[in-house]
Design a protein around this ligand. Sequence first.
Ligand SMILES: [Zn+2]
Length: 236
Amino acid sequence: MDTNLGLSPVDRSLRKFLFLLVEDRISRGDGDEILAKWRNHKDVPALRSLGYIEGPNRLTDRAFSAFFQTFERIECPDEIQKCTTEYGITGVQWRRAKGVFRQNIRRAHGHGVSYPTHKVVFIKDGADLPTWYHELGHIIFQSIKHDRERIERLALSAKELALSSNKIWDSPGIAEGSYILIDGRYLGLDHSGSDAVEDEIWAVLFERYHCGTPPSNLLPIVREIIASVTPPKPIS
Ligand SMILES: [Zn+2]
């Protein structure tokens, strides 16, 4: 593990500043730009030369990875391990959600938050199995998102079932947004931002496929997508 961040000897104050930038960025939601007030900080040139900042003000993947690595690794449940193997997914890092990730989770729904391009998932202590499946769904989405025909078909059919929070009367205090009612629960479709709706639809249905019952008009498409990314099972 690159705990020294390529800093040799470790420059603790540089590391601290880098993590402050990354944590602040994550707390503000998606994106990689640092705040304007940090741009001319004395440590920015050093972070840039080490590959943690690029362009005028962007944190690199390397910066995010370095920060992610400071969070404790946790074991995923056996069911999830079995499932990742079935889907041929390797290298997922499950980490304990603390600090800024815990706060982000509280703001959104569920008990996990994932960074699929990094294959990193943060899970809150005590999260239930559906949370793990939901976040694994976000990781798997990276392998299926280019299958535009199937994804668009899935999204279109799912949106036909979507309900806006202002039409939901039987769940007082529900956060504003779009939901799909499955197995008696309203599952949010846009809590990761409106660009991420397809991703969210997939994660919701992937979780229900493994832990419940996807709506009957969506089940065949979910099965089709799953078959497209899993090796055929031997006939027994
Ligand atoms: Zn999600």
